[in-house]
Design a protein around this ligand. Sequence first.
Ligand SMILES: Nc1ncnc2c1ncn2[C@@H]1O[C@H](COP(=O)(O)OP(=O)(O)O)[C@@H](O)[C@H]1O
Ligand SMILES: [Mg+2]
Length: 435
Amino acid sequence: MKVLVIGSGGREHCLVWEISKSKLVDKIYAIPGNAGMEKLAECLSMDISSSNFDDILKFVEDKKIDLTVVGPETPLVNGIVDNFKSRGFKIFGPDRKASMLEGSKVFTKELLQKYNIPTPDGIFFKKEDYEDAVYFLKKKGEDKFPVVIKADGLAAGKGVIIAENKEQAIEAVKDCFVRNKFGGSGDRIIIEDFLSGFEVSLLCLCDGSNITPMILAQDYKKIYEGDKGKNTGGMGSYSPVPLVNKGIYEKILSKIMHPAYNALIKEDIRYQGVLYGGLIIADNEPYLLEYNCRFGDPETQAILPRLKEDLVPLLIGCVDGSLGKKKLIWDTNKCVCVVIASNGYPESSSSGDIIEGLDSLNKSDDIDIFHAGTKKSNGNIVTNGGRVLGVVSKADSFKECRQKVYSAIENIKFNGKQYRRDIALRAEGMDQNEL
Ligand SMILES: Nc1ncnc2c1ncn2[C@@H]1O[C@H](COP(=O)(O)OP(=O)(O)O)[C@@H](O)[C@H]1O
Ligand SMILES: [Mg+2]
């Protein structure tokens, strides 16, 4: 089989790596890929951000690709799956309509409200209702803050603002409706109740009629230790999540993931691909914060290394609608991923710095390195953007995982490297919980 992976981040390197272990696969391509994937996949530079997929389709036709796997959300929301399917090519991911679950937070909130699925209460405003939104905030009691302002559409993880008080909330509404900070993505907003709790991600494989949960993971979005500073694309992740006990896990499935999937079927939306539930647990009750329509990054880097079966038949099962209700087989060990980012991230990112120390690590069985922002230059691997590498280790305990990952990171050197030292720290000593 020939497989094409679309995307260029750590998630896609991890997908390529997992797919390369499949007995079914002879050849992997990646568009555009990155320097780390080159040993496993032939990387081709093509634009994946536009909604014109002609070049990619021509490539798939010429090379007789058997399966395409889409990493990022933008091509999915732009309808890459519809384009492929109408030409008879197999592609893993939801179509344009189903991708609305990530592409429009208003669409998802309305669906959740209609079917009584637990989610923070929220109210919607359109751009033309700017004055109403400001009035709504002004008459809200100061004790009702923080509130959460969410731009409707895709915003590369920057469209959610937690406003501590009225002034901040009104500024956030102005960002969307007046300053057009998020373009068309900010033409509609949700003003949502703030919930305190801890977050967890549950990625599920879906074949159009059935939903198969993978394992829980937790990611770290803030740039600094102790969850301080700006939001990023993700600074680390770990799996499983011992903070979630069996009772909470059962509620996540029975109150949220299963009813929401049934609601999609009722609404005539055939969701095929990965459905990523971003959940918050407040007072032992789970609430859905958002859906993503693809594998999460960096969660994927802490999930797939624990999968004890061939990923490719699972992906094909989703595409063909034949996965059914499957129980996936997982390693019982723990997995930790720590992201190393470049200087200045997330405000800015430097590139072109030589990365040293990768070769010695690649020989070690205990560490896997997934590249994100890297490229080849004059025979060296150099940094190429914000998040540079994901360093991943599996072991019997979180403590051991952390020791291995952080000692590996000591050996990786480039100018201005930054990373969080507290990834999975809160899970240390909680190794007995299997979820
Ligand atoms: N209602 C809420 N209460 C508390 N925190 C929230 C709420 N909604 C979002 N957040 C925080 O903001 C982050 C981003 O929101 P999310 O809905 O996941 O959107 P996106 O990932 O598209 O930016 C969440 O991971 C969470 O930390
Ligand atoms: Mg999110």
